[in-house]
Ligand binder design. Structure first.
Ligand code: IMP
Length: 477
């Protein structure tokens, strides 16, 4: 069976993350967008996201635009939905990059109802969240939280507001009352907003009614999630979350649809390890507290870690190139020191922020959290990055949390609770290089055994296993 079989009779598909973001949604969004969809839409978040896709063998990172934009020349429509928050300067940069690559974006639609991230939102986000060590969330510093706060407090500025010049000045004045430090820049803010809004005017739409028209016309629609369920403002490990509801429901509502209309809701899960960026509980983290503190500090980016652990690397066109299967990395991955094991997995899997370059905290897959995700995002799982850690001598899956009250096998988003429990694991043996496998039956026994247990425990069903970054490196079950 191939991906096309999976998409038979599907009109609306959604790709959301069941963990903490960075699970490889981009690969599937790009595949569905280029092979199947007529419309690709994003409904939540802003340029805090970083979707990495491989286009013609080259890595490309999208922060704001849905990945379907690369098929614009084929008439594919790309929607930035009502639930998004948009930094106009970041958007214009992304569009400029497309222009430089000779790509069009004529079929882009930007919701009149999306909110604008103002310069003072960015300033305030950075100032408030400066130190993760001092209890900050460790945000991406892109102004996401303040922009959504203004939306909820009903003083936000929408894309639609930008085109009502008199009204805009009043709205900016009202908003600025809450950001006294920025008042002096008022005229500058309004004039640069006016310049920017003129550039995006051709794309400004009532995207909700456009979306409803596409549904009526039977167009194939792909909803592209951002971040991940455990970072959702509704369902994540509050307050260590982002400020949008990046669940399946939030993603659908962020483009004006009901989640009930989604025929194929896919929840992406990194397996058998997972990652977290920024602060917040992570019971199965390798190296525990020490890893959380270390990853929050400056100076532990990819190049720093390669140097520190004496792993040869070169920088070509700004890209760091190294052998992810270097003997030293494999030794680290199998170290008895969990902190070092975490660094080894981070290096082997290239787990550094696409948006910020920060090292991602690394731990074992948490089946308790995945069971929780089934209840919210549905039972269909896509496992990714399985190939990235195939040099492990053994791997673990967390099936419960224990504390003095006993064993807990249901997730709680309570940060305090998650920080006091000890993860309970099942261990699984080594597996070999899986990148050339295309048939589920041929996967190594230990991996299939772990997936079997994982499905039984969570109630989910693995429909796709990703064994590499290329679209061909995919097993459809
Ligand atoms: P914000 O979305 O910038 O406000 O950041 C809030 C939290 O969500 C921080 O812990 C970020 O590291 C995390 N976060 C936001 N976007 C992403 C993402 O795309 N991947 C992983 N973590 C993210």
């Amino acid at each position: 069976m191939g991906l096309d079989d999976l998409l038979k009779n599907v009109q609306i598909a959604a790709i959301v993350c069941n963990q903490l973001g960075d699970t490889g949604k981009g690969k599937f969004s790009y595949y569905f967008a280029s092979h199947w969809a007529n419309v690709t839409a994003r409904g939540t978040g802003g340029n805090n996201a970083g979707h990495t896709v491989i286009v013609n063998g080259k890595e490309k990172i999208f922060h704001l635009l849905p990945t379907g934009i690369v098929n614009d020349s084929k008439g594919q429509v790309t929607i930035m939905g009502n639930g998004m928050v948009i930094d106009l300067a970041a958007l214009l940069n992304e569009l400029k990059e497309l222009e430089q690559e000779g790509k069009s974006y004529n079929n882009l639609m930007i919701s009149k109802d999306a909110h604008v991230i103002m310069p003072y939102h960015v300033f305030y986000d950075r100032k408030k969240d400066q130190s993760q060590k001092a209890g900050g969330i460790g945000t991406t510093g892109r102004g996401i939280g303040p922009a959504y706060s203004d939306k909820i407090a009903r003083r936000g500025i929408t894309i639609g507001d930008l085109f009502n010049v008199d009204g805009l000045a009043k709205k900016v004045d009202r908003s600025l009352e809450y950001y006294p430090d920025s008042k002096k820049d008022r005229d500058e803010i309004i004039s640069s907003l006016t310049l920017q809004s003129n550039k995006i005017k051709p794309f400004f739409r009532n995207t909700v009614s456009e979306m409803h028209r596409f549904v009526r016309e039977g167009k194939k629609i792909l909803l592209e999630g951002a971040q991940g369920l455990l970072l959702s403002i509704e369902h994540g490990t509050y307050p260590y979350v982002t400020s949008s509801d990046c669940s399946l429901n939030g993603t659908a509502s962020g483009v004006g649809l009901s989640a009930k209309m989604i025929d194929l809701p896919l929840g992406i899960i990194k397996f058998p390890f997972m990652t977290r960026v920024g602060a917040g509980a992570f019971p199965s983290e390798l190296g525990g507290n020490a890893s959380e503190i270390y990853c929050a500090e400056e100076g532990h980016g990819k190049l720093d870690e390669l140097k520190k652990y004496c792993i040869p690397s070169v920088v070509e066109n700004g890209k760091i190139i190294y052998d992810k299967r270097h003997r030293k990395i494999i030794n680290m991955m199998n170290s008895r020191d969990e902190f070092i094991q975490g660094v080894g997995i981070r290096l082997a899997a290239g787990e550094y922020g696409a948006t910020t370059g920060r090292p991602r905290r690394v731990g074992w897959i948490d089946a308790v959290a995945a069971k929780y995700a089934v209840g919210i995002n549905g039972p269909l799982f896509v496992l990714t990055k399985v190939d990235a850690v195939d040099s492990l001598d053994e791997f673990k899956v967390c099936y419960g949390y224990s504390n003095k009250e006993g064993l807990h096998q249901n997730f709680s988003k309570d940060d305090g609770f998650l920080r006091t429990v000890s993860p309970q694991y099942n261990n699984y043996g080594a597996y070999f290089d899986v990148s050339s496998i295309r048939d589920y039956i041929k996967l190594p026994r230990s991996l299939k055994g772990a997936i079997y247990d994982f499905e039984n425990f969570t109630g989910g069903r693995v429909v796709i296993v990703s064994v590499g970054a290329d679209r061909e490196e995919t097993i459809v079950r």
